[in-house]
Structures are given as C-alpha cells and as structure tokens.
Design a protein around this ligand. Sequence first.
Ligand code: NAP
Length: 305
Amino acid sequence: MKAIVVTDQTAGTAGMKLAERPEPQAAINDVIVQIYASGFVPDELAWPSTWTDRSQRDRTPSIPGHELAGVVTALGYGTSGLSVGQRVFGLADWYRDGTLAEYVAIEARNLAPLPGDIDFTVGASLPISGLTAWQGLFDHGRLRPGQSVIAHGAAGAVGSMVTQLAREAGAYVIGTGRAADRQKALEFGAQEFVDLDNDVLEDVGGIDLVFDLIGGDIGKRSARLVRAGGTLVSIVGPPEVRPVDGLAIDFVVESDRAQLSEIVQRVRDGRLRTNIGTVSTLDDAVVAFNSTTRIKGKAIIRVRP
Ligand SMILES: NC(=O)c1ccc[n+]([C@@H]2O[C@H](COP(=O)([O-])OP(=O)(O)OC[C@H]3O[C@@H](n4cnc5c(N)ncnc54)[C@H](OP(=O)(O)O)[C@@H]3O)[C@@H](O)[C@H]2O)c1
C-alpha cells in the first residue's frame, strides 16, 4: 500500500516520504480500515510516540497521522461492535502506524460509526480537535452553564471547537489569537476577542475556565486570570504557573466512541462547524506539509477520491 513514512527524527516534515509499505494485519480487537481521509498535526513529529513503541523500542520507519475516516475491510480475532463495510471515523493509537496510508490496523474501540451524510473529509477533521475540546471542557474542566471561558487560538483547529462547544453549553466565551483571526473567532461564536499581540489579556478579568493551547508566557499569564474555584486546562504540557485558588490540569486526548458520536451528531444538525484549512491528496501531502504558507485550521489528506 501507499503510505507516508518518517525515519529521521531531526528532519521534521522535510523528512516525510511517500513509500510502499506492507498492508497492516488485524490483531485481537482490531479492525482494518481502508482510509478515505486522514488528519495530520505537524507537532506529532516531535512526540516520542512517533518514533518508539510503548517499550521505547525504535519503530521507524513509522507512518504518522492519527485521525481517519474510512470503511472497515476486515475484523481481527474477537472484534465486535463494528462490521465489514461500515463507515467509521476515529483516533488511532499514538504508538502504532498511523493514518497517512491506504489502510490502518486500529482497535475497534477507537472508532465510531460515521453517518452516511457526513463526508469522509469532514469525518477525518473531527477526532483530535473535537475530542480534545470536549474532554478539556467537560471531563477535565467540568464546565457549567453561565461560566466564563477563555478559548485561546479560537480560530484554530482546537480553539474553534472549544468556542462552539462552550457556547452551546451556555458559557460566555472570550476567544484569543492573532489580529487577523478576530473575524473568524467571532464567526465560531466567541462573544469577545483578545488580539494577543495588541490587546491586554489581563483586561478580561476573572475567568472560570481557561483552555490553554499556547503555553509559555501566555500560559503563565492565563493562570493568573483563573478566579477562585476555577480551572486552567492545558493541552500543551503541565502548566508552569498554577491558579492561586483553582485547579490546573493537563491531559492528552483519548479516543472515546460515545464522545465521537456526540460530536458528529452536532455536525449533522448544524450545531458544530468543522475547521478545515487545507485538503491535499496522499501524493501531494509531503509538499503541502512543507509549504511555508500558514495553515489555518485542520490539514486533511484525501487518501481516496
Ligand atoms: N494534549 C492534547 O491532547 C492536544 C490535542 C490537540 C492539540 N494539541 C496541541 O494544541 C496546540 C494547538 O493545536 P491546534 O490543532 O488547535 O493548532 P492550530 O490549528 O494551529 O491553532 C492554534 C491557534 O493559536 C494561534 N496561536 C498560537 N500561538 C499564538 C500566540 N502566541 N499568539 C496568538 N495566537 C497564537 C495560532 O496562530 P498561528 O498559526 O499564527 O500561530 C492558531 O490560530 C498544538 O500545540 C497541538 O499540538 C494538544
């Protein structure tokens, strides 16, 4: 099968190559999915899981990409809950070969059915950003109606999902980002926007839940905005500064079938809009990932037409 592989940890996206790889075999509780569309997050080339297995053994050449939408073509021993021919989408294991390929072997529990009226390209854009926003707001942030939320990077892939899900849950949402992203953040539902290069973040006052995906100085200043009893949720590692009288949580997104179904249902009925920046083919993907143009939103690879 055709796949994009990486072998050199120091090379970044420049080291990605289109190659021929053996088709994966289904292990216990796996399914094989023929991939129609895949999602890629450039940061994953810096994650240890791209380079080693869970025992820290080298697993190169490895196939990056963790989001997928496609069709089940085979079931592993003991696999239940999904069937051959079913449309699915989901989030692949960080430590196994990923989704920039024509086929992937993946545990069935990491997938949910993809409704027939949702395009594969849309399906592949939802798992990481949708699940991260959902888990950060509701599982870790315990968001309640009427609370205030800072959605950093509100025009980006995760931030746009945070903004929409928080608004739907009855929160007051302050989006942040670059000056050029103001309009897009407001269109996703932010009620206010802070241009981090020109406005003063501290002017927003006390906040119940800060969703940090920037870290560094912005992360530290954000921690100080959390009001008593509030929460700082970070997806960019453990916060360097913790709220004085609140919680600080950092986490890595996990797949969850029920949450994937909640997310895709919202896309179907128009409550949630996905944020796709670019769509390329598998043949063109390496060039697309090495473009110097700023990608605004998810990078999707359409593997099959
Ligand atoms: N822990 C987890 O499970 C998890 C899950 C998903 C994502 N993440 C991480 O979360 C981060 C965001 O992911 P994403 O997919 O949403 O990325 P994205 O689509 O690039 O969105 C990030 C947004 O924030 C903006 N931004 C970043 N730094 C900024 C700054 N200093 N000032 C103003 N705006 C700034 C970006 O603008 P520019 O493009 O101009 O910088 C962009 O609009 C990544 O580091 C990713 O690895 C972690």
